[in-house]
Design a binder for this molecule. Structure first.
Ligand code: MG
Length: 255
């Protein structure tokens, strides 16, 4: 019989680990750029439109106290300044300080923002091997815990819509600090056989490693500009398909 202390516990990050949130963000940001262009009658000529939006977006996120959750009206204002010829990074700073009058009328800005929020509600796609990998983990009776820094209700809704919610024993919301992992490990009673699978070295891998978990890095498309990967401890494993995590853990435990 397997003792509780031998049970495998797997923490899995949600956004960009289970599903491709970044792709939804990218298409939403491109739509926003298109809407701002239409309002102003101006067009960004360069081919890399996403890079243009993200230059302003990353500057706003790095300066705003809410980080990536800064109000998107700021991005509308930054892009309208940048489309008018200002460098996008400088445009983001000016938009944040509100030192230039808005180029788009408030009602038009409201329409653009409504479309932005609607577009963000699109269902993301599962990342490679996720449904199969979770099914295999469940068949092995592993404890599977989803951990997210966004709202639990949103994560549950997405997991339901993608038909993977039945694989999770719990969905946890909280800042991914080492204390979070330690607290949950006490509840599940398997500190020596615990793993964290995530797409961000600084948020998923580093704190989990600090808490004594083995770490599996499943890179996503989005890397914040301000994050220095070299400065973080390396993950124990790197995968490019979620099913590889099952193989890794099985080899470690000979199960
Ligand atoms: Mg993530």
């Amino acid at each position: 019989m397997i003792r509780a202390s031998e049970l495998v516990t797997v923490f899995v990050d949600a956004d960009n680990t289970l599903w491709d949130t970044d792709r939804v963000f990218a298409s939403t940001q491109l739509r926003l750029l298109h809407d701002v262009e239409e309002s102003l009658g101006l067009t960004w000529p360069d081919e890399d439109r996403l890079q243009f939006v993200r230059a302003a977006d990353q500057e706003l996120a790095s300066l705003h106290h809410d980080g990536l959750r800064y109000p998107p009206a700021l991005l509308v204002r930054a892009l309208s300044l940048a489309l008018d010829g200002m460098d996008p990074v400088r445009a983001a700073k000016i938009a944040l300080h509100g030192s230039e009058p808005a180029k788009i009328y408030a009602d038009q800005e409201g329409v653009i923002l409504n479309r932005y929020f609607q577009s963000l509600k699109a269902l993301p796609q599962l990342k490679k091997g996720v449904a199969d990998g979770l099914r295999q983990m469940k068949e092995l009776n592993w404890n599977i815990l989803m951990v997210t820094e966004s709202a639990v209700t949103r994560a549950r809704e997405t997991a339901d819509a993608l038909s993977i919610s039945q694989f999770f024993d719990r969905v946890l919301e909280g800042r991914k600090r080492p204390e979070l992992y330690q607290r949950i490990l006490k509840l599940v009673g398997s500190p020596s056989n615990a793993y964290m699978i995530g797409d961000q070295i600084d948020r998923d891998i580093a704190p989990a490693k600090q808490a004594g978990l083995k770490t599996i890095y499943f890179p996503g498309g989005f890397k914040p500009r301000w994050h220095d990967e070299e400065a973080s401890p390396p993950p124990d494993f790197v995968i490019s398909d979620f099913r590889e995590a099952v193989q890794i853990i099985r080899l470690e435990h000979a199960c």
